[in-house]
Design a protein around this ligand. Sequence first.
Ligand code: BES
Ligand code: MN
Ligand code: ZN
Length: 508
Amino acid sequence: MRYELLASAPEALAVPLLAVGVPKSRKTAPAELAPLDAMAGGLIARLFASGDFGGGRDETAVLYLAGAAPRLLLVGLGKPDEASRTVGKTAPADDWRFAIRRAAAVAARRAGSLGTGAVAFAIPPALRGGVGAQDFAQVVVEGAAQGAWQFDELKTPKNDKKPPVETIAVLVEPGEREAAQRGMVIGEAIAEGQALARQLQALPPNRCTPGFLAETAERLAERYGFAVTVLGREQMRQEGMGALLAVAQGTATEPRFITLEYRGAGDSPPIGLVGKGITFDAGGISIKPASQMEDMKYDMSGAAAVLGALEIVGRLRPRLNVVGVIPATDNMPSGTAVRPADVVTSHFGKTIEIVNTDAEGRLILADALSYVRRFKPAAVLDAATLTGAAVFVTGHVASPIMGNDEALIEEVRRAGERAGERCWPLPMYDELRDQNKSEIADVKNSGGRPAATITAGWFLREFVDEYPWVHLDVAGTAYTDSDSPPLPKGPAGVPTRLFAEFLLGRAG
Ligand code: BES
Ligand code: MN
Ligand code: ZN
């Protein structure tokens, strides 16, 4: 992808498609669009008067103009001020950033379907809801890259195919150039990290294996100077990773335990990012039904986001230390697979009765959350497509979060709002911990159906010690099974941007 910052007058712009974001406005076009409408020969005023376009969320209209920018695409922002929460509405600017990012994604997707190859995006400053030039440029780049993203590397190229969007331009006022440039740099890094995560998610499980995730980590280490370690079965055994090994014992695919270390702040305690890396979740002996089982290639989305975040860190080199940890294996049924009723000893030392082999994510994360203690982390964030029940809680628009530190939960929640990857806390009531009690081991790996997302969180917490920790259940947000205007069906890269905003916030 090529990214450009433009600060010329729209009339002088030679781009195949100029997209302009417009907040909701009834019947009359906002006055700030008057200069643009002069260029459009009054078409914008007539469009609004017709009632066919009013700036509603995801609304679009294409106008064909005479001049350097032949296509003018108006994209509705909706009414960002009206976003509603029951509590915790902390930063209205986040809602505007959210709406602008989304409109840029809708614009780039439209550019993709039109085959224009490039998209320039603008909003007159007075219509940005107070979002400054730096944040504006950042979220436009993030959104447009999201909308332009495609995965067709496994399809034989066709020559009648529309060209993909390869250039994203942000159009600002001349006086905004410097601030917008800073936002571009951040936006580009985040966009590329998100794209890496989505590509890894999209790859099928016979290509995106644990070994492939490890090679991806090694490539990042090489490019950005990270330290990397990759453990195989034998080293996992020496480490005592009995929970991860239990999941991996049923598969012919070699498991990997991947650690990446970035140093941007000497010897200070690092931020730990832990991502579930199940490259395919068949459920094991507690096998899943066939319907939609193919979606379980996305069960490595947490791992993808950790790698995406490290791509961003490598590009931006923030002043802090980061350690990324990825336990990776697939979860298969076989004659060597772990059985429901088996008891294993975790890296932490606690024994686990495995009552359901489909609750494998928490097993591999248990060992990773225990392993990460050796880095004496300042905080650890884990991301996992952990429970189907998460979808019942917050659907596909937010991720449930839990943790052992209220301040950290709030810090992560705010990073998510800034990133447009929202999350919402669930209560870790003590009583729910009891559902994981085993008759014969220290803990069992499933607490049954009630509050299944929270009991999964409680299970993880049994293996967290010595550091502040937050868990994100991204089962409903990491990928989507239906198309929406800003995002096609498929991988979403969540929570890559949240990780990035959290790290950038910590680095100051
Ligand atoms: N990877 C799944 C969770 C999942 C389900 C993610 C659907 C995305 C969509 C996880 O490993 C799993 O199977 N969880 C079980 C746990 C249960 C057996 C306690 C679940 O949620 O049903
Ligand atoms: Mn499972
Ligand atoms: Zn799983």
